[in-house]
Write a protein of this length. Sequence first.
Length: 220
Amino acid sequence: MHEIRIGEDLRDRNREIAAENREHLRAHGIVALNLMSAPGAGKTSLLVRAIPLLSKRHAVGVIEGDIQTTTDAERVGAIGVPVYQIQTGGVCHLDAAMVHSALHRLDLESIDLLLIENVGNLVCPAEFDLGEDARVMLLSVSEGDDKPKKYPLMFHEAQLLVLNKIDLLPHVTFDLEKARRESREIQPRLDIIELSCATGEGLDRFADWIDRFVERARSR
Ligand SMILES: Nc1nc2c(ncn2[C@@H]2O[C@H](COP(=O)(O)OP(=O)(O)OP(=O)(O)O)[C@@H](O)[C@H]2O)c(=O)[nH]1
Ligand SMILES: [Mg+2]
């Protein structure tokens, strides 16, 4: 009973800080996306491949969340966009307070699209609102087509599902149609894009989705 109350207090406090982050971002005209997936599904690879396309139309900034190391921030920073690394020190997700402190360290005047790479985990990140405008979930075909049903919350909370590593389809057992169908059973409004960060196939569709999303978010 006591433990449940602590969990609820934490989540209430997180929601309050997330609302502050959302206001803070809106005040600076920044649209924010939260990228979530299991470890290794390709979040950093997608950032590295897509940011050069996105940078033609948006001023991109990145928050990198990792349990340890700064390797992802270094990979993304090498493209030349502002990056702030959060090392959670063992915590399995980003929370709104971590993003709040990152927002105070980034130059928000020079950004209009903020991409947040969450810690690799199919469970915990879905429970923490960061103040983002939308959640983008990645599922790579090497993880198995049963994941939507096994980890429904993350699929339910996402606006866009990226099915990544489609270059591996000839080598793995993954039923794309089943993954699409079962994801939409969980979230009927889910947009789905298939792509490969290795070959670049589908990256243009991802960049177009972001353009349309940013336009809609701005006109609200
Ligand atoms: N074949 C193939 N490999 C990919 C693709 N996308 C990413 N990878 C590889 O998958 C591995 C993990 O990719 P990352 O981009 O580091 O994945 P991540 O989701 O950022 O991982 P964490 O930050 O650890 O959660 C790397 O070895 C990538 O080169 C893809 O489309 N096809
Ligand atoms: Mg990464």
